[in-house]
Design a protein around this ligand. Structure first.
Ligand code: TXE
Length: 475
């Protein structure tokens, strides 16, 4: 049984207190590794290493830091197969998806920020004959990065790449459900030439070592991605020490289908936005709102596509959906389908667990629910979507905005004015029109309302992971 280790000060170390958590493979339901359940003693070691490394890393030339991050991106690409296999075994997602999306985007994250810091510029204001002001983006120091289990290396790298690029040292904790690719990343940072102590990776439970990282006086900023409930705890903890905090939280995203859309394209992409990664992406469109005149046709086509989906072994290239990440999450998703039926919903497709071993669930489509019921208000975070019809644009906008979340929204229409009008009216941080999950990393990423605070991505992330300092010099 593999026992993974923390990565502290450039070396793999056992947890000091010798405590471990079982790591269960979602595809089989069997324990396949053990991970450290780190304690404050491990954290103190990581803090010490990060503090020692900070002057070296923050004073390193941007060009040299950039080269190290580019080399790390190269190494991720060279190790794509091993990383993808581990990602799939750890999370339950199909291997083909880990190879096509998760691991390549992790490499892209490092490559993007390795380039961004070379091209990043700040402003200077010259008051003629009197003074010049310039703004310096100073590194913050030691920062904490905490990531979730749905896109493990993708979101882990999404945080640590800009933090490292800006000259900070990082204490990072992946989800205890999916630690394996972060574990493997440690040695790649060493091979890339990253100085010891710059990146420290601690494993363990959120309420234990996760909370300790947020509380520790040495972490001056916290970047968190996870559930809204946890985000509230992290936000309160960090704000009491006036730490900068970025919270990327949950979503209950509307997918609005107008009658004037390209219906074939809308159905095809809606299958992806509903069920990719078993619906375990915070950006999935879990509430499909369809204009009344095309409701029946959309429903027929959508259900027809659902019947072609294969739920199976993540290692099988024919599997469209793999396993949900844990038995607890499988039970949570199933409980919401039972709730939907109690609330008057009709299950049009799916709604059942599949296979004996492992944590598999059918793609599930439900209609006949009111927009204010719990099924349409609460995040399920699984392969479950609801269909509902609307008569007018205003009605669609009101339903879209009717939850506490505001992460993303997809809009399907061929009317350009409507595309802009509805985009501006929907309370979501990310709007896709006639597409989904296409990203330009220069754009800010994040949600409104209970979907979080702050924006990551592009220059927004570089600014988050720095302290702007204005220097004014008399001429
Ligand atoms: O979150 P959790 P999960 C959301 C997604 C869903 C949830 C699923 O919509 O709601 O996250 O991810 C650690 N102090 N997003 O279940 O439980 C925990 O160990 C410090 C939105 O993982 O919140 C894990 O590493 N840390 C997102 C991490 O927090 C704590 C994209 C997340 O765990 C902690 C992905 C504590 N007190 C998922 N308690 C987006 N918007 O981009 C737990 N953790």
């Amino acid at each position: 049984m593999q026992k993974i280790q923390n990565f502290i000060n450039g070396e793999y170390l056992d947890p000091i207190k010798g405590q471990y958590i079982d790591n269960v493979e979602p595809g089989t339901g069997k324990v396949f590794a053990q991970i450290p359940n780190s304690t404050e003693e491990d954290l103190e070691n990581a803090v010490e290493a990060a503090k020692v490394a900070f002057p070296v890393w923050s004073n390193m030339s941007v060009d040299k830091r950039s080269k190290i991050l580019h080399k790390l991106a190269d190494l991720i690409e060279e190790n794509l197969d091993d990383l993808a296999l581990m990602e799939s075994r750890d999370n339950g997602k199909p291997l083909w998806l880990a190879k096509a999306v998760d691991i390549p985007r992790a490499s892209t994250n490092f490559r993007f920020y390795a380039s961004a810091i070379i091209n990043f510029s700040s402003e200077a204001q010259v008051s003629e004959g009197f003074m010049v002001n310039y703004t310096r983006l100073a590194p913050i120091g030691v920062v904490g990065c905490i990531s979730p289990w749905n896109l493990p290396l993708y979101l882990f790298s999404w945080k640590i790449a800009p933090a490292l690029a800006m000259g900070n040292c990082v204490i990072a904790k992946p989800s205890e459900l999916t630690p394996m690719t972060a574990f493997l990343l440690g040695k790649l940072t060493k091979e890339a030439g990253m100085p010891d102590g710059v990146l420290n990776i601690l494993h363990g439970e959120g309420k234990g070592i996760g909370q300790a990282i947020v509380e520790h006086e040495a972490t001056n900023a916290i970047s968190f991605t996870g559930g809204t409930a946890t985000g509230k705890i992290v936000g309160v903890t960090a704000s009491q020490q006036f730490k900068k905090v970025s919270l990327e939280l949950g979503g209950k995203n509307p997918n609005i289908i107008f009658a004037d859309c390209d219906l074939e394209e809308a159905v095809k992409t809606s299958m992806k936005s509903s069920f990719t990664n078993q619906g375990e992406i915070c950006l999935c469109g879990s509430r499909i709102l369809i204009e009344e005149s095309i409701y029946d046709e959309f429903k027929e086509r959508f259900l027809g596509e659902c019947s072609k989906l294969v739920v199976g072994d993540p290692m099988d290239p024919k599997s469209n959906l793999g396993a949900l990440v844990s038995e607890a999450h499988l039970n949570k998703v199933d409980s919401y389908v039972q709730l939907a039926k109690e609330e008057g919903g009709v299950v049009l497709y799916g709604g059942e667990r599949v296979h004996k071993e492992g944590f598999y669930y059918q793609p599930t489509v439900i209609e006949g629910l009111d927009e204010n019921c719990r099924t349409n208000q609460e995040e399920i975070f699984g392969p479950v979507v609801t269909l509902s019809k609307f008569k007018s644009e205003d009605e669609a906008i009101n339903v879209a905005n009717s939850t506490r979340y505001g992460l993303s929204c997809t809009i399907w229409t061929s009317n350009l004015k409507r595309a802009h009008r509805v985009s501006h009216a929907v309370q979501s941080g990310i709007i896709w029109v006639n597409c989904w999950l296409v990203r330009d990393l220069r754009t800010p990423f994040g949600g409104m309302k209970d979907s979080g605070i702050g924006r990551e991505g592009g220059n927004a992330a570089l600014k988050f992971f720095s302290e702007p300092q204005n220097v004014c010099i008399k001429l």
